[in-house]
Design a binder for this molecule. Structure first.
Ligand SMILES: Cc1cc2nc3c(=O)[nH]c(=O)nc-3n(C[C@H](O)[C@H](O)[C@H](O)COP(=O)(O)O)c2cc1C
Length: 170
């Protein structure tokens, strides 16, 4: 169905950035720390713009602000790791959402693909090599081929309405 048909023939109206953000606040998403590494420098960035693309071949996408430290590191390193946070890791999420230089000294971890840190205590991990990049306004979409995956049984951390939440089965 075309966009025009979906709108019953009405011309698509513009949507302000404020209206877009207010709407997206209602979208519940899992919280991930995207880690990267290049030239001996490692970083982590809290993110919710993460999605599965296809299982064949295993592929994900992430959306990264081009003004972030992570953007350059992911470009140079050609890799990233996804640390899917557990509901007990709210402090980890807040720490890696900061813009100041971050340290992994207080965050137990082990090296993953191309030295991207894998944080302990996560619900799951994916390790990815960058296959493609698309620049869209202020952000870039990185397409990552998954080269390693591991999952535990910890409950995941979610984010919506500008706050962290746990999930309970209905
Ligand atoms: C819950 C949450 C989700 C976020 N999701 C993203 C995201 O998907 N992409 C992004 O570029 N920034 C996202 N951010 C903002 C980054 O975490 C923040 O800009 C961070 O300072 C970037 O770190 P860096 O400059 O060290 O890479 C999110 C922040 C929070 C709190």
């Amino acid at each position: 169905m075309s966009g025009a048909a979906a709108l019953n023939g009405a011309a698509p109206a513009g949507v302000s950035a404020a209206a877009f953000r207010a709407t997206m606040r209602r979208h519940a998403a899992g919280v991930v720390v995207v880690t990267s590494s290049s030239g001996g420098v490692a970083n982590g960035m809290t993110a919710t713009a993460v999605a599965s693309v296809t299982a064949d071949p295993p592929t994900v996408l992430i959306v990264v602000n081009r003004s972030s430290q992570s953007y350059g590191l992911i470009r140079r390193g050609g890799a990233f790791a996804l640390n899917f946070l557990s509901e007990s890791q709210q402090e980890v999420a807040s720490y890696f959402a900061g813009s100041e230089p971050k340290s992994f000294d207080a965050a137990p971890h082990r090296p993953g693909v191309r030295d991207c840190p894998l944080l302990e205590g996560c619900a799951a991990h994916l390790e990815c090599l960058v296959e493609d990049r698309h620049e869209v306004g202020s952000h870039a979409i990185f397409i990552g081929r998954v080269v390693a995956a591991s999952a535990g049984d910890a409950a995941p951390l979610a984010y919506f309405e500008a706050g962290f939440h746990g999930l309970k089965a209905l």
